[in-house]
Design a protein around this ligand. Structure first.
Ligand code: C5P
Length: 218
């Protein structure tokens, strides 16, 4: 199975890029952040504490793929709770198999899969033939997220968006369990000065040769 692994910090544009790459190659796409968001939200809805490892691991084991369609997953409450449950090794362990199965058997008979998250290249799919680490300056990411919220008609204050991103990045990078970092063999793609089309073209320039080389080898 051909896997494209995409990692990077919050609001780096990795999700958009992953979707476009999946469409380009006819691959399935899994936004693995949604798994952690769904677990975080489930714990909150049961009135639990997202730092309670037993409660969060139970929620991770009970996760139903239908939970991944909940629009509330996109909100900031889910994002912060996701980053709390994601630091717990039992939660990561419980979600590992789902992600590996998706990569090994993508739905609808797709010939490959694009997974995006924080630890895809380093932990989930270490043998992926191409790994991107998509990043951008935190102020640029905060501006993008702020504009996206305003365009959706959601209330947003730039300083709060920036603070929330910084808090989440710091927690994701500092945790002991699968901290956010580029895999040793990842291509780092800094999109600070790129629009989405430029980022897509830059990603294609990295992905196409790697996939061609992998199919020659395979
Ligand atoms: O990518 P997204 O912002 O939806 O991720 C939400 C949170 O889930 C992240 O802040 C991170 O803590 C966690 N996450 C993770 N590993 C992944 C994907 C997401 O730890 N592969």
């Amino acid at each position: 199975m051909t896997i494209i692994a995409i990692d990077g910090p919050a609001a780096s544009g990795k999700g958009t890029l992953a979707r476009r790459l999946a469409r380009q190659f006819g691959f399935a796409h899994l936004d693995t952040g949604k798994l952690y968001r769904a677990v975080g939200l489930a714990v909150l809805r049961f009135g639990g504490d997202p730092e309670d490892e037993d409660a969060a691991a139970d929620a991770a084991r009970a996760l139903d793929p239908a939970d991944l369609d909940d629009p509330a997953l996109a909100g900031d409450e889910a994002a912060q709770a996701a980053s709390q449950v994601a630091a717990l090794p039992a939660v990561r362990e419980a979600l590992l198999q789902f992600q590996r199965s998706f990569a090994a058997h993508p739905p609808d008979g797709a010939a490959g899969a694009v997974l995006d998250g924080r630890d895809i290249g380093a932990v989930i799919c270490p043998d992926a033939p191409v790994k991107l680490y998509v990043t951008a300056d935190v102020e640029v990411r905060a501006q993008r997220r702020h504009k996206e919220l305003l365009n959706r008609g959601a209330p947003s204050i730039y300083a709060r968006v920036l603070e929330a991103l910084q808090e989440r990045d710091a927690r994701d990078a500092a945790r002991e369990a699968a901290p956010m970092r580029p895999a040793d063999d990842a291509h780092v793609l800094d999109t600070s000065a790129m629009d989405p089309d430029e980022a897509f073209r830059a990603a294609l320039d990295l992905v196409e040769p790697a996939l061609a080389a992998a199919s020659e080898e395979g």
